[in-house]
Write a protein that binds this ligand. Sequence first.
Ligand code: GDP
Length: 357
Amino acid sequence: MTDHTHADTLRTPIVAVLGHVDHGKTSLLDTIRGSAVSEGEAGAITQHIGATDIPLDTISGMAGELIDPSDFDLPGLLFIDTPGHHSFSTLRARGGALADIAVLVVDVNDGFQPQTEEAIDILRRTGTPFVVAANKVDTTPGWNPQDGEPIQKSMDAQSERAKSMLDENLYEIIGQLSDAGFSADLYWRVQDFQKNIGVVPLSALTAEGVPDLLTVLMGLSQRFMKEEMAIDVTGPGEGTVLEVKDERGFGATVDTVVYDGVIRNGDTVVVGGQNEPIVTEIRALLRPRPLAEIRTEKQFEKVGEIGAAAGVKIAAPDLDDAMAGAPVRVVRDRTVDQVVEEVKAELAEIEVETSEN
Ligand code: GDP
């Protein structure tokens, strides 16, 4: 690990879930995690601080015939666990969005609601590619649930009446997307995902259509984000603070999503603070313990280093004034002043954004 040559590796794309309250963001995340775990493989998912990593193998197991894993060289998808566009809008990375890609959840019966519009505005402003999860298809009157199946298979099992009721709702959403300035269609009709938004009908309750969502996210990332995912895995770590939390025995800690390079225990880091950037030295890098060990041991385990993309809790002195949404930068081969200036510049940019709204 003392090798300083460039070691470009493809990192996991970071995915955020947003949408109107009660449209099913939390349920969708739970279902994605749950279905992944029930794939049975050990290591089907890795729980991070504030995020869940679903490896390509697991996604391909869930997606069945929808995916040929040999088409992909990105390692999987990292879902940020805290859903909601308020968190999304504050989670920036080098001026852009922390999330590489987003899922906009829309209740298929309710269609666009105020927070859906807000979310769309944020996605447009940050230029974040997204797909629409048209959720709760199982609430269509007369629906015949097909747990965990791809949506086409599920559609084939429905009555003509149920199908046409669902279609009507889906076209309503496609119309609303068009009113918002996005040309959209059901995802299997989309030829060019750079021009059109794919709509994936699904149910977070029955998991039908969830394989399709994962397939589309994986496909989009692979086609359009591969270059951005190429990182120097030995470079100085860069991340964004999700949350500042007091932990017994550690004091104030920052839950951080690392999107570039590597953060090592003992590294000097600069963290955005309420008043000015905080310069501190990492005392511990903490990850959640595997579930099986939680009851007998402490909640976290210490690791020596953590590479992008990942969620990690950083324990270090003087973090009380750290801010959610602020940058975290490892100093490593540069001067502290240089990195402090970088962090200041980034914070100024975030402030401009916030005051514009
Ligand atoms: P959030 O506020 O967007 O995180 O929404 P939640 O995930 O908390 O869901 C709101 C409510 O909708 C809860 O009662 C869920 O059980 C329910 N719900 C979510 N997804 C589905 C779905 O696909 N089908 C049905 N029938 N109910 C759902």
